[in-house]
Design a protein around this ligand. Structure first.
Ligand code: HEC
Length: 108
């Protein structure tokens, strides 16, 4: 019994510490600096889909972080009013900053 509960406690602790803590202020500030809010709001449709909708679309998909990271760092073509445009990139190339914004979007 004692062994079992120690293991349970241990796995709970390691789960908690592996969960990524989003720095909301930093994410919003980088998104603002990068012009993301021109086309995206949290829950209103603008030229781009709201972040809530993006989070919903990717919920539970294992490759969400990787796909969104590519999306915000490589300028894929997106359609805006029927015209193709290069999607905006984040104004930071630091993987930690990018991950923070991607996780922030995914947790809306
Ligand atoms: C000029 C308008 C515009 C700007 C600026 C813009 N986006 Fe987008 N974004 C779009 C559009 C349009 C889509 C939808 C593309 C699609 O689904 O084909 C999109 C989609 C996305 C997606 C979802 C991708 C997916 O595969 O589901 C993410 C995440 C995203 N944008 C993040 C950002 C971030 C972060 C920034 C700032 C660096 C940003 N966007 C700036 C227009 C914009």
């Amino acid at each position: 019994m004692r062994t079992l509960s120690t293991i349970t406690l241990f796995s709970l602790l390691s789960l908690a510490s592996s969960a990524f803590a989003v720095d909301e202020a930093a994410a919003e500030s980088l998104a603002r600096k990068s012009g993301c809010f021109k086309c995206h709001a949290i829950d209103k449709k603008k030229d781009g889909p709201p972040y809530k909708e993006i989070a919903g679309k990717w919920k539970g998909k294992g490759d969400a972080e990787q796909k969104l990271t590519t999306h915000v760092t490589t300028s894929p073509k997106v359609k805006i009013d029927g015209k193709e445009e290069d999607h905006e990139q984040l104004k930071s190339k630091d993987p930690a900053d990018v991950k923070n914004v991607v996780q922030w979007i995914l947790s809306r």
